[in-house]
Design a protein around this ligand. Structure first.
Ligand SMILES: NC(=O)c1ccc[n+]([C@@H]2O[C@H](COP(=O)([O-])OP(=O)(O)OC[C@H]3O[C@@H](n4cnc5c(N)ncnc54)[C@H](OP(=O)(O)O)[C@@H]3O)[C@@H](O)[C@H]2O)c1
Length: 251
């Protein structure tokens, strides 16, 4: 029987989403807010963060925005504390912030590899480390990483990006095993191509806005739906990883 409580099983929970100022993170924030989850929108761009809060509130949801560079562990700890203080609790942590720079290995700048490790891998590990002690004390919680299909295979000219995402996958796998018996869900979502500004900022002209390559991608809302589907499952069920891509791709 559907009643209002089991129709919105996440209502009243609190989530922090990194990189929620645009793209996939923004879509996740809006989707979870529609489920009745209060959201902390974390990212570097204060103006865009405030705009996403306004969108959430316009749709009847609750959100706060806070400036965070996920490379900074102490700042991540502060934002986790601020979320608990301002929104009252913390049930869900989604490490979504990410960057990409591509090119042949023989021509790549090692600084770009380091930057991707810093944001994509350390950003994820920082968030997990910052939220875990309280989640362990409470005996419940969900930590989710938005990695990539690039965490499951290799693509030519994406070596640094893939390496950073494989690092995320390895970290989350170890953490999941560590959490057995602790009632903390550890989950990774691995999307294929998604229509976001990521592709406009990419250093190569692969799928700029308005091109056919871009319009054949999944939408950010599709990824948000996968996230919501998982989170809506009972706390007794975990989706270890979800690899999802447009119907006309294969990864
Ligand atoms: N688009 C795709 O095809 C695709 C496919 C698979 C996986 N992914 C992954 O999905 C995630 C979201 O990507 P997207 O496509 O939505 O990219 P996007 O549109 O470029 O958005 C990236 C988000 O990450 C934030 N961010 C970047 N560096 C940050 C930092 N140091 N600290 C805090 N926030 C930071 C940005 O916000 P600020 O600028 O405000 O900091 C922005 O909100 C990434 O991890 C990406 O690797 C994307």
């Amino acid at each position: 029987m559907i009643n209002s409580e089991n129709a919105r099983p996440l209502a009243g929970q609190v989530a922090i989403v990194t990189g929620a100022t645009r793209g996939i993170g923004r879509a996740i924030a809006l989707r979870l807010a529609a489920e009745g989850v209060a959201i902390c929108i974390a990212g570097r761009n204060a103006e865009r963060g405030t705009a996403v809060v306004a969108e959430v509130e316009k749709a009847g949801g609750r959100a706060i925005a806070t400036v965070l560079d996920v490379v900074d562990y102490e700042a991540t700890q502060r934002v986790v504390g601020e979320t608990r203080q301002r929104l009252g609790r913390l049930d869900i942590a989604i490490a979504n912030a990410g960057i990409g720079t591509i090119g042949p290995v023989a021509e790549s700048d090692p600084g770009d590899w380091r930057a991707m490790m810093d944001v994509n891998f350390f950003g994820t590990a920082h968030l997990a480390r910052a939220v875990l002690p309280a989640m362990l004390a409470e005996g419940r919680g969900t930590i989710m990483a938005i990695a990539s299909s690039a965490a499951t295979t290799g693509y030519p000219e994406w070596a640094g990006y893939c390496a950073s995402k494989w690092a995320v996958a390895g970290f989350m796998d170890c953490l999941g095993r560590e959490m057995v018996g602790r009632n903390i869900r550890i989950s990774t979502v691995n999307p294929g191509s998604v229509d976001t500004p990521f592709w406009d900022d990419l250093n190569q002209d692969l799928a700029r806005s308005g091109t056919a390559a871009r319009t054949s991608m999944m939408s950010a809302e599709d990824v948000a739906e996968i996230v919501a589907l998982h989170l809506r499952l009972p706390q007794t069920v975990v989706v270890k990883h979800a690899l999802a891509f447009p119907t006309n791709e294969w990864h």
